[in-house]
Design a protein. Structure first.
Length: 242
């Protein structure tokens, strides 16, 4: 019975997301045209259109996440695995987030250990989504003036571990398992009312599990969090370069 209910929920989310997609595409196309081509807009009209544009973009991202989530949760995920160096995945993710990182004045540190581990056999697109979600959260939920995100890697007993550490708020111990549940969000009083969909980490967990890996978090309130991605090693370690 529970499986049937879960399937109905997924089908409903998928249907709603698809129905929302068409009008959002229209809005995303027409609003920029109005901003560019309509002459003599007054201050109120300009502000209203800019707000509509940003909110449409936000809703589009949410709908895309919902569609992606229903696909992944339906267990129809097809991975296009490629042997990929971790440092390349991290660099690509940072490049995709460059505008956001610059806007938030975040400091990104990439440890040399990223180049000293074996490659991982992953779907690069899905894995970049995982890294993007974790990195965005590390910046978004950090209220400190100096926002730091550090990437490092290590190998142990046939597995490669990628650590993503931040100096943010931290996650309460009682919440650390729950944050990987779909639609779950920590109390607004703790996060400072930062908006989110509650899907990013749930997506990350599904993707990591599909790769035969896992995701975990260790956190200290007021000091930050360390998310650890665990990958099966598929190649020999890279010889250490002095």
């Amino acid at each position: 019975m529970e499986k049937k209910e879960e399937k109905l929920k997924r089908n409903f989310l998928s249907l709603v997301s698809h129905k929302l997609k068409t009008p959002l595409v229209s809005l995303s196309g027409y609003i920029p045209l109005l901003l560019e081509d309509v002459p003599n807009l007054n201050e109120f009209q300009l502000k209203a259109l800019k707000t509509m544009k940003s909110q449409t973009e936000r809703l589009t991202l949410l709908v895309d996440k919902l569609l992606n989530f229903t696909l992944l949760e339906s267990e129809s995920l097809e991975l296009k695995r490629v042997e990929t160096p971790l440092h390349v995945l991290v660099s690509d993710t940072i490049m995709h987030l460059k505008k956001y990182i610059d806007e938030k004045k975040a400091i990104i540190n990439r440890d040399s250990s990223l180049k000293n581990v074996g490659t991982v056999c992953v779907d690069p697109d899905y894995m970049r989504d995982v890294l993007k979600n974790i990195t965005e959260n590390a910046i978004k939920f950090n209220t400190k003036s100096e926002k730091n995100v550090a990437f490092s890697a290590r190998e142990y007993e046939g597995f490669i571990y990628l650590d993503i550490a931040d100096n943010g708020l931290g996650v309460p111990s009682e919440e650390q398992e729950k944050i990987f549940t779909k639609f779950y969000q920590i109390e607004e009083s703790f996060t400072g009312q930062v908006e989110g969909a509650g899907l990013g980490l749930a997506l990350a967990k599904i993707i990591m599990n599909a790769h035969g890996g896992s995701i975990a978090v260790r956190s200290v309130i007021g000091q930050g969090s360390r998310f650890t991605l665990k990958f099966p090693r598929t190649s020999e370690p890279v010889p250490h370069q002095p």
